[in-house]
Design a protein around this ligand. Sequence first.
Ligand SMILES: CC(C)(COP(=O)(O)OP(=O)(O)OC[C@H]1O[C@@H](n2cnc3c(N)ncnc32)[C@H](O)[C@@H]1OP(=O)(O)O)[C@@H](O)C(=O)NCCC(=O)NCCS
Length: 201
Amino acid sequence: MNINLKININFMPSFEISDSPFEGKQVKLRALELTDLPQIMKHWNTYETRIGLGRYIPESIEQREEWIKKVTKENQSGKSYTFTIIDKQTEEFLGTCALQRINPVSRNASLSVVILNPENQNQGFGTDTVNSLLKIGFDVLNLHRIELHVFEFLKSGIHVYEKAGFKKTGVRRKSSFIAGKYYDDIIMDILEEEYREMNKL
Ligand SMILES: CC(C)(COP(=O)(O)OP(=O)(O)OC[C@H]1O[C@@H](n2cnc3c(N)ncnc32)[C@H](O)[C@@H]1OP(=O)(O)O)[C@@H](O)C(=O)NCCC(=O)NCCS
């Protein structure tokens, strides 16, 4: 008997490569690997990086290696997702970013991003990374709210986050002692509906 099967594939959504949430205009986000360690260490212990992260005691290679192993486990358990940021054009390592402290009941998470080499800052990579993380958060992980903390002196960061739709929702006044002075820690967040409204989704 000759059975003629006709498969209707019209139901399949027609995604394009550019729709990948792991690819922005300038950056690609991929899994963090142990092999990224030498690139991370190049700028990890510079004073600028340590100040920006608020932990300015230098860290050993072993400590960073433990961190990669820890976040890899968290990736597997869905507690957090950490990515390596790659320049789409040159494939150069740029830094790391994450959606952390994921709460599956309230569907909240905390966002972080660091472009490690100062020569790569102020070129649009941070903005593109934040936009990709928001897409991952809301369209892949089905989050409802994403927050972040940023020091008051990190003006470029605050600007990038506001541009992406984050609103200042609170201040932990003079809560961080950095390089001999107390600084405010600003809390910002964005809700799913605000993200969709802003991006006409
Ligand atoms: C903060 C950070 C993530 C931003 O990423 P980036 O790639 O440098 O940012 P972008 O190039 O996408 O955008 C920078 C924006 O800040 C603006 N900017 C730069 N300096 C500024 C200042 N002093 N005040 C206000 N805006 C400023 C730029 O004009 C640009 O805005 P525009 O695109 O509207 O012109 C990155 O610089 C970084 O990782 N810094 C060090 C580590 C760190 O502190 N991480 C954040 C922890 S919360």
